[in-house]
Design a protein around this ligand. Structure first.
Ligand SMILES: NC(=O)c1ccc[n+]([C@@H]2O[C@H](COP(=O)([O-])OP(=O)(O)OC[C@H]3O[C@@H](n4cnc5c(N)ncnc54)[C@H](OP(=O)(O)O)[C@@H]3O)[C@@H](O)[C@H]2O)c1
Length: 276
């Protein structure tokens, strides 16, 4: 049986690191041609070396916060590869911070990358896919794009927007052969945590990539991972009182963390226990 991704053309933004890198590699293994995109030439050069064994890997340095660069990325892909079957709008940054101390520059940086980067990707690829009468746009949101996680105000603002527009587009274009998916990871062990400790419940990026592609293959609307995050979301969605209690407790814990200068990036076990 032929793999659904074999022979397909995919663009993966943020493909030089973490989840995007793992998705790009899994697609390459499964026979897709993949445009691996990073913003820095240095990270793109590193990816060229590590993906060297894949003849079907292509590379470009593109800053997705710049509309013309995203237009160029899509045009180059279509000119050189002939079409565009999958666009993974995956590049993004995290931001967990006490909200009173957010600067406007922090807001702007996150909105430019996590939201405008995705908007540009959709804007320039949708006409291509409509002309082809096929295509699939996969936007990386977050668990913070479906649950209002405290101390993640900016991040929630960008990721709720990503999930919202992806859902709206999914219904609007269902009859046109274009699929849309939101990917909502909780904790995946990547460079997004910077110097902070990676939460112990984080899963490896290659495991995340396999879960993501299994959902993309089935054209799922929202893919939530890892398993604990899916269970958490489902439990809290069904029980508004539990959601209120959970969020207030989580906020309290994160607020205490800021005071002690020990930020909680993951979900403390006893709080998670409330949702089991
Ligand atoms: N890891 C998690 O636990 C987690 C949880 C929820 C959601 N997410 C989401 O998953 C996505 C991937 O995150 P990750 O954890 O894999 O992060 P990561 O390892 O830090 O990778 C980020 C990627 O984005 C690229 N990038 C950054 N700025 C860019 C720009 N202006 N233009 C183009 N590319 C740019 C980086 O390339 P350069 O270095 O070349 O700039 C890098 O390839 C993000 O949208 C993130 O919000 C992650």
């Amino acid at each position: 049986m032929t793999d659904v991704f074999a022979g397909k053309i995919a663009v993966v933004t943020g493909g030089t690191s973490g989840i995007g890198y793992a998705v790009a590699e899994e697609l390459l293994k499964r026979g897709a041609t993949v445009w691996v995109i990073g913003s820095r030439q240095e990270s793109v050069e590193k990816a060229k070396v590590s993906f060297g064994r894949y003849a079907n890997a292509r590379f470009a340095a593109v800053d997705v916060t710049v509309a013309d660069e995203v237009r160029g990325m899509i045009e180059t892909c279509v000119r050189e590869s002939g079409r565009l079957d999958y666009l993974f709008n995956n590049a993004g940054i995290g931001m967990t911070h006490p909200s009173a101390y957010l600067t406007l520059d922090m807001w702007k940086k996150a909105v430019d990358l996590n939201l405008w980067g995705v908007i540009y990707g959709i804007h320039f690829s949708l006409p291509v896919m409509l002309a082809q009468k096929s295509g699939h746009i996969v936007n990386t949101s977050s668990l913070a794009g479906i649950l209002p996680l405290p101390s993640q105000t900016v991040y929630c603002a960008t990721k709720f927007a990503v999930t919202g527009m992806t859902e709206a587009l999914r219904y609007e274009y269902a009859d046109y052969g274009i699929a849309f998916t939101s990917v909502c990871p909780a904790n995946v062990a990547t460079a997004i945590f910077g110097k902070a400790e990676v939460p112990k419940e984080a899963i490896p990026a290659d495991e995340a990539a396999r879960t993501i592609l299994a959902g993309v293959e089935k054209k799922e609307g929202i893919i939530i991972l890892p398993a604990f995050a899916k269970t958490l979301y489902e439990r809290l969605s069904k029980d508004p009182e539990l959601k209120e209690k959970f969020m207030l407790e989580y906020a309290k814990r994160r607020n205490e963390g800021w005071v002690k200068c020990v930020p909680y990036l993951g979900v403390p076990d006893d709080i998670l226990e409330m949702s089991r």
